[in-house]
Design a protein around this ligand. Structure first.
Ligand code: SF4
Ligand code: SF4
Length: 291
């Protein structure tokens, strides 16, 4: 069979097709490893403030096309603007098609946050997406881990009903490029050994009890990171008879990492926030035990 394939020149044809595809991912494998492809969908960005008179028509069209209701209109006595809830955005790009003058899809990922309200941005005052390089994030992560914990960080991944897209990105954290184990971050097989729970998926009803039990089995102080739009808000699955509409309906969440799926770099930033939160959680546990 292999001889037949070789005879037909399938390998040669495939290689030729790949070389001729003109799709460029990384120009120089050794130098450009931190470059995010320009067509990567990382975040929805408002390009300009929307004039009040124009807001209603545009907002109606945008809220119509946005399947997850991430876009909505906010009217206050001071201003009327369009708001974007990043926890709900699945980066489908339909808003961009509807209002190309107002919206672009940028390749910078949404920054992870510690609370859900921080994920809501308005068309008049959108926060700039400052982004550290992978190398900077890795160095910071290593330094903070050593300073805060003085030891390694154990992570347990829980799939609460995801499409597997987020898992692919979580798995990439262990590949030779991200290689998070060299900073002392390990994926463990049991929640009893974990400091951090990395949860993907909207939490299906079938996984609700399993997630609660996993949370209870994790020793204090523990941090829960919601990974992906589904875990943050239900995402494309929403809140239905079969899904809970976000893992914070099931367990307390400390860090939200939006994106569909979030790239490994965003997960590293989420872990940075988790490391920041651990000491205060440990202190509140000590205070509780003293009472
Ligand atoms: S990219 Fe899709 S989900 Fe996100 S705001 Fe635009 S239409 Fe809504
Ligand atoms: S956030 Fe997107 S990639 Fe992740 S589980 Fe949900 S649909 Fe899949």
């Amino acid at each position: 069979m292999i001889r037949n394939i070789l005879k037909k020149g399938i390998f040669a044809k495939t290689s030729r097709d790949i070389l001729n595809s003109k799709v460029e991912t990384i120009r120089n494998l050794l130098e450009d490893t931190d470059v995010i492809p320009t067509n990567y969908r990382g975040s929805v960005i408002f390009t300009k403030p929307v004039e009040q008179s124009a807001t209603e028509g545009i907002a109606a069209a945008l809220t119509d096309v946005c399947a997850t209701k991430a876009l909505s209109i906010k009217a206050t006595p001071e201003e009327t603007c369009i708001t974007l809830d990043r926890s709900k955005c699945i980066l489908c790009g339909r808003c961009r098609e509807t209002a190309p003058d107002l919206i672009v899809i940028g390749n910078k990922f949404n920054p992870p946050v510690k609370s859900k309200p921080e994920m809501i941005v308005s068309s008049t005052a959108q926060a700039q997406l400052a982004q550290k390089s992978v190398e900077e994030t890795r160095i910071e992560l290593k330094t903070r881990l050593q300073r805060t914990l003085g030891r390694s960080l154990a992570v347990r991944e829980v799939d609460s009903g995801s499409c597997n897209g987020c898992e692919v990105e979580v798995t990439a954290l262990n590949n030779p490029y991200y290689d998070i184990e060299r900073f002392g971050i390990y994926f463990v097989a049991s929640p009893r050994h974990a400091d951090v729970l990395l949860v993907t998926g909207p939490s299906s009803r079938n996984m609700e009890i399993a997630l609660q039990r996993t949370y209870k089995a994790t020793p204090e102080p523990k941090i829960v990171i919601a990974v992906g739009t589904c875990a943050c808000s239900g995402g494309i699955f929403g809140d239905t008879y079969a899904t809970t509409g976000g893992i914070d309906k099931v367990v307390p969440v400390d860090v939200y990492v939006s994106g569909c799926p979030p790239r490994p770099q965003a997960l590293l930033s989420g872990l940075l926030l988790a490391v920041d939160k651990l000491p205060s959680k440990a202190q509140s546990r000590i205070d509780k035990e003293k009472k």
